[in-house]
Design a protein around this ligand. Structure first.
Ligand code: NOJ
Length: 542
């Protein structure tokens, strides 16, 4: 019998702990809060929780700056709380995937504290140092969060590399001792019974800064294979690498079915489809045909040769219903259509907290409302380049990371039921109408649609088609309609929908036998003709 990896049929739910549920009134989400919401997640039907970092951290980048990999950030709780979460989730058949930040640590990590003491420090070479003059960085490499990637360290009179904030010094993967310490820590967590890891910006660990190489360095896959061999391969877990620099070719290495690297990766081609050459702050026109073609290429190329992660959202991205859908009149319909488009494909779907409610972007007007280090740095940098306040806020409201980080909207009480204190970031004012309590009570809500979608993916009748069926797109040049079938043996699943607020009549390749899921009450299908109203989407047996 063919052995199927459990994660091929799993649905992952991402929690950003700071914004999910506060249990002690300090305005910051915590692990006990997550435990109190496990029944909600169980009701939705997910199998895995990916937790954004919960390790001890000065929180310069909300936990992606780790100062102790063996401890829990004190405002999120204790190691006992973490163990209770693993246990309680396990009782509900849910595994916990931790976020592993191995490209950099915090500058407050003891390794770095020691390293900066001088050139003889045992940990000096755990980081990337270059000699130089305090006014002349080694080269032009820039940080993702703005400015030079080189920081002058007063204490030891040299530069260190940080591809992110200056409080996130890059670790040196050339150093075998550092790698060994890293593997030891990973195995320590695996022994606690976690379900796997999401590996933060893992495609940059092979960097060669002197040659201006950050992603896809020459030794990248060698490092990843060693990492996998020394840790992951001894456990039945799932791993997913965050790889902004991935393409369909290296994705086959990263997610090689032989298990030599990761289970799967996050690639971002669909996310960047409308970005300008200067990145996300300047976006071009949304080109739906281009977007569909990107998905189709990944679906076809990885079939049998790798494995896709399916996602629209995470804690770094604007809310999908605002970004690709309609967060006004057709919020509910478009949220469901977006889910249909994505979850019909081959791969492991990821739902980001609040996506299952159709949560939207937030509208900020003032810099004082911004919390994200990236947006704050960008505001300063682009202001100096002459952008107006209005232009800056429009860019941040469209693409900024705080959109994803506003508190989870649980109910219509103060602060959306997220906290009894003052939330660390503003709650989206639309929580009075968009919240979990209201959606649980409404059979036609976005929540219930996601629940049905997950159940359909896992049903005995269809799970093999979702997992292994071929992907056959049609109407690829159509500017409104997404349409594909998934085919396995005699079974054929149709996934079709309207991505815009127009009405369209389309011809189907085969007659519909049975509607399996739809986001309008009465689909209008007559023989081979289907009329799709604004954002109407469905799955059907052909
Ligand atoms: C990617 C993470 O998703 C993001 O939130 C973080 O700022 C950077 N990596 C740096 O760790």
């Amino acid at each position: 019998m063919k052995q199927t990896k459990w994660w091929k049929n799993a649905v992952v739910y991402q929690i950003y702990p700071r914004s999910f549920q506060d249990s002690n009134g300090d305005g910051i989400g915590d692990i006990s809060g997550i435990i109190s919401r496990l029944d909600y997640l169980s009701e939705l039907g997910i199998d895995v929780i990916w937790l954004s970092p919960v390790y001890e951290s000065p929180q310069d980048d909300n936990g992606y700056d780790i100062s102790d990999y063996y401890a829990i950030y004190h405002e999120f709780g204790t190691m006992e709380d973490m163990e209770a979460l693993i246990r309680e989730a396990g009782k509900r058949g849910i595994r916990i995937v931790m976020d592993l930040v191995a490209n950099h640590s915090s500058d407050e990590h003891p390794w770095f504290v020691e390293a900066r003491k001088g050139r003889d420090s045992k940990y000096r070479d755990y980081y990337i140092w270059r000699e130089g003059d305090r006014n002349q960085p080694p080269n032009e490499l820039t940080s993702v969060f703005g400015g030079s990637a080189w920081e002058w360290d007063e204490e030891s009179g040299a530069y260190y590399l940080h591809l992110y904030s200056r409080k996130q010094p890059d670790l040196n993967w050339e150093n075998a001792d550092m790698r060994r310490d890293m593997y030891q820590m990973i195995n320590w967590w695996l022994d606690k019974g976690i379900g796997g890891f999401r590996l933060d910006v893992i495609d940059t660990i092979g960097k060669v800064p002197d040659q201006m190489i950050t992603t896809n360095g020459p030794k990248l896959h060698e490092y990843i294979q060693e990492l996998s061999r020394e840790t992951f391969q001894h456990h039945d877990i799932m791993t997913v690498g965050e790889t902004w620099g991935a393409n369909v070719d290296n994705a086959k290495l990263y997610s090689n079915p032989d298990g030599s690297e990761f289970s799967m990766i996050f690639q971002f081609e669909h996310i960047c489809a409308n970005w300008s050459e200067d990145g996300k702050w300047k976006q071009g026109k949304k080109d739906f045909v281009k977007l569909k073609k990107i998905f189709s290429r990944w679906q076809k190329e990885l079939w049998g040769k790798g494995w896709n992660s399916l996602f629209w959202n995470n804690h770094d991205l604007p809310r999908v219903v605002s970004n690709f859908g309609d967060d006004g009149r057709y919020r509910v319909e478009s949220a469901k259509a977006l889910a249909t488009f994505l979850h019909g494909m081959q791969g492991t779907p990821y739902i980001y907290e609040g996506e299952e409610l159709g949560m939207t972007n937030i509208h900020l007007e003032d810099v004082s409302q911004i919390r994200d280090i990236e947006s704050l740095n960008m505001y300063e940098e682009y202001r100096q380049q002459g952008w107006s306040h209005e232009e800056l806020m429009a860019a941040i409201n469209g693409a900024g990371r705080d959109n994803a980080r506003t508190p989870m909207q649980w109910d219509d009480t103060d602060n959306a039921g997220f906290t009894t204190g003052t939330p660390w970031i503003e709650v989206n004012p639309n929580y009075r109408t968009i919240n979990a309590k209201a959606e649980l009570a409404d059979d036609n809500s976005v929540f219930h649609y996601y629940k049905k979608l997950i159940a359909l993916r896992k049903s005995d009748a269809w799970k093999d088609v979702f997992m292994d069926g071929t992907y056959v797109p049609f109407m690829e040049e159509d500017e409104d309609i997404f349409a594909y079938t998934r085919e396995l043996g005699a079974k054929r699943l149709l996934v079709i929908g309207n991505f815009h607020d127009v009405e369209r009549t389309v011809t189907l390749p085969y007659a519909v036998r049975k509607i399996l899921l739809s986001n309008y009450q009465t689909p209008q299908i007559n023989a081979l003709q289907a009329t799709l109203r604004p954002y109407e989407a469905l799955m059907a047996e052909l």
